[in-house]
Ligand binder design. Structure first.
Ligand SMILES: Cc1cc2nc3c(=O)[nH]c(=O)nc-3n(C[C@H](O)[C@H](O)[C@H](O)COP(=O)(O)O)c2cc1C
Length: 138
């Protein structure tokens, strides 16, 4: 049987060196996940983590115990857990998307939409621009 666990947590990392600290996490996670035959992905928004892990139930439980007691994040909320019929990240011990990738993907999608949809797409583009500029100010 294949198990999965996904959660969202609040980052306790300082914005200044968050990327470096996450590289340390990824550096430890990739070999450990590989040795446990666990695959998955980690997303970081700048404020929160989202992670999805899949593998043998005992391996997922072992990682979950480590991750839950890790002080680099808090308020770990399980989104889903239990059986999964197949792997979603067959070749990834831990796919990682940091804030720059995360934002770039959203921007790319909006730009493609704007080009494809014309007038309709410009509304979404303006919406995205205003959301990002509010974030830029705060
Ligand atoms: C957001 C986040 C995600 C993590 N993901 C993994 C992971 O996928 N695999 C892993 O081995 N460790 C992961 N870690 C690190 C573990 O919490 C832990 O520090 C590491 O596995 C060493 O385990 P130990 O503290 O039980 O010795 C993650 C930590 C954080 C903060």
């Amino acid at each position: 049987m294949l198990a999965q666990w996904s959660y969202i947590s609040s980052s306790k990392l300082n914005a200044i060196d968050a990327e470096e600290r996450i590289q340390e996490i990824v550096h430890v996670s990739v070999p450990r996940n590989r040795s446990l035959n666990v695959t998955g992905a980690l997303l970081f928004s700048g404020r929160r983590f989202a992670q999805y892990l899949e593998g043998a139930p005992a391996a997922i439980e072992e990682l979950k115990a480590s991750i839950l007691r890790d002080s680099r994040h808090s308020d770990v909320r399980t989104i889903a857990s239990g059986k999964t019929p197949h792997r979603h990240f067959v070749t990834w011990s831990l796919a990682y998307a940091g804030p720059s990738h995360f934002v770039a993907d959203i921007v790319e999608r909006s730009l493609n939409d704007a080009l494809e949809k014309g007038d309709e797409g410009i509304e979404a583009l303006i919406q995205m621009m205003s959301e990002f500029s509010i974030r830029g100010r705060s």
